[in-house]
Ligand binder design. Sequence first.
Ligand code: G3H
Ligand code: 13P
Ligand code: ZN
Length: 309
Amino acid sequence: MPLVTTKEMFKKAYEGGYAIGAFNVNNMEIVQGITEAAKEANAPLILQVSAGARKYANHTYLMKLIDAAVIETGLPIAVHLDHGDTFELCKSCIDGGFTSVMIDGSHLSFEDNIKLTKQVVDYAHPRGVVVEAELGRLAGIEDAVNVSEADAAYTDPNEVEEFVQRTGVDSLAIAIGTSHGAYKFKGEAKLRFDILEEIQKRLPGFPIVLHGASSVIPEYVETINKFGGQMPGAKGVPEDMLRKAASMAVCKINIDSDLRLAMTATIRKMFAENPSEFDPRKYLGPARSEIKKLVLHKLNNVLGCAGKA
Ligand code: G3H
Ligand code: 13P
Ligand code: ZN
């Protein structure tokens, strides 16, 4: 099966009350860990590439790794640009074989966000590529952009119908209290399910995307700190909240930080226990296995998309 768009995946996910995992990829071991898990779980999959990942690993290398994953797994896999910030970046990814792009105009005014999103949609759709946009603003760090909590804003349900109708966008990322990175909640985790419910009412059947959805798994943070790390008390989105979102209109759940934590915890432990080791396969191999274990857990127990490929 060649690379697919998210159209069919989202339709089935919406109707089935589950979500597709969108995992960020930056190198071969990450691609392999995620895709081996998806194969074992027989789950549809979105592999997403940020501008930073593209700079780090190079567009062609990432595409070829993803092509290899398609051959190895036979799964429906979509390749998606995460947080595209310009028309040119989206165009370059569309021309380079991505099947889905996100244009993130969430920092712009409503009118400018519509204008930029529509420009990308008008380029993407005739080429068979789907587009995700964002309305509302998450807190946290993406590439060089750091949105403070004070500047973050929940999505206004009053704006969503007009936005979707005027842009022709295929899915919408919303802000309901999640944020990017490993430090999401100081106290108790709170998500505005009332806003999600209202948006779902205004846009029946329309796929919603949840960014900043890592759970910041405590065991990984503990391991990192046990073996020389200094991560302050980190808190992510509880899994039951992700399950609830997936049973509603949320069809795509974005996970990156948990992958980073899994990899870093494994490598720190490995070096602490084997200080003379210097073969990269001896630390990247276990990191890849841990990513596979983590993704299997997400697919089977959190997102509900196992067996749905
Ligand atoms: O939302 C941001 C993703 O975690 C990607 O992070 O821009 O550092 O690759 P990055
Ligand atoms: P996390 O930082 O919670 O993993 O979010 C990732 C994300 O939203 C990528 O777009
Ligand atoms: Zn994001």
